[in-house]
Design a protein around this ligand. Structure first.
Ligand code: PZK
Length: 308
């Protein structure tokens, strides 16, 4: 089982937005194209809508998490500002239809790079597996004696392929990224991805949050200027592993800032769910939904210092 599966009918999937044409849906976000009076899609702009959907253990949960899409959208916008001296971003406007207000942004349509740009500041997940097998991550040799959750000497670039929806991304070597993007763009993607994570951790450390790793997406401006533009969402709990700094203890898996209540409940006897059964998980109880919503709001408020 590697596909994303819903335990029920699609949740808030593509709303009908007058003046927009649905283009594509991922697990938790939807893309639309603005259309003109002739019904022609705008070649230069897209509407990126964040849903309230949440996935855990590769399943989509029901019900949704109220306000999740707005928290992640506002957090991304805040980070784009924090990062604006490092890299330009795709945001054009937050003037969007009322039905998606707060959880959608109008963005520049870019030529997206066919690489998932990932950087890791702490060792866990797929990076830890490669380290155990080879003592390296994405071919970069690391010191001996690191364990699950160890801080790395400096952020490392660990790119992957962009697999189709429902399939898992595969590690890429820097040589493969260079073959795909050219040496110059590949070098810049690596440098920027590591700089974004380093800046993210400088800010988050002051607010009691560690950012173990992050995935960012870049595009090229279609004007031929050749410059890289930061797209999609950035440094959110969906694109990054956030860890509470006060519970950080290398040597075992760290609690997930946002999804821990969901995971703990799903794997507890109370849920009655057997993860290995292949069966859809049950509906989340109201207290798990509310505690999860509270963690998303807490991440937003801690990081930005603003009330949601
Ligand atoms: C773009 N995605 C990811 C997947 C989503 C979004 N500025 C842009 N220009 C062109 N394409 C994209 C972007 C952005 N951001 C982003 N795919 C294409 C994605 C699934 C659902 F809403």
């Amino acid at each position: 089982m590697c596909g994303v599966t819903t335990s029920d009918a699609p949740l808030d999937l593509p709303v009908d937005l007058p003046g927009y044409q649905h283009v594509y849906s991922g697990k938790v976000r939807d893309l639309y194209a603005p259309v003109d009076s002739q019904g022609e899609p705008d070649p230069d702009r897209l509407l990126l809508v964040a849903s309230n959907r949440l996935s855990a253990y590769d399943w989509m949960m029901t019900p949704e998490i109220p306000d999740k899409g707005e928290v992640l959208t506002r957090l991304s916008l805040w980070w784009f500002d924090q990062l604006s001296d490092l890299v330009p971003n795709h945001v054009l406007s937050t003037d969007v239809p009322a039905t998606v207000a707060g959880r959608a942004v109008l963005v520049r349509k870019l030529e997206m790079l066919k690489v998932e740009a990932i950087a890791r500041a702490y060792l866990t997940g797929g990076g830890l597996e490669e380290y155990h097998a080879k003592g390296s991550v994405s071919g970069i040799p690391l010191p001996d004696g690191l364990v699950d959750g160890s801080r790395l000497p400096e952020p490392v670039f660990t790119p992957t392929t962009k697999a189709p929806l429902g399939e898992h991304d595969l590690p890429m070597t820097l040589a493969e990224v260079e073959a795909e993007l050219g040496v110059e763009v590949a070098t810049e993607v690596s440098r920027l991805t590591r700089a974004i994570l380093a800046r993210g951790n400088e800010v988050a450390a002051q607010r009691g949050i560690l950012i173990a790793d992050t995935k960012v997406e870049f595009g090229l401006a279609p004007d031929g200027s050749g410059g890289l533009v930061l797209a999609d969402e950035v440094l959110t709990p969906d694109s990054s592993r956030f860890w509470p700094a006060d519970q950080w203890e290398p040597g075992h898996p760290q609690p997930s800032y946002d999804k821990q209540f969901v995971r703990d409940w799903l794997t507890s006897p109370e849920s009655g769910w057997d993860r290995s059964s292949g069966e859809a998980p049950p509906e989340l109880p109201p207290n798990v939904v509310e505690q999860t919503r509270a963690k998303y709001l807490e991440a937003y408020e801690r990081l930005t210092g603003e009330r949601f």
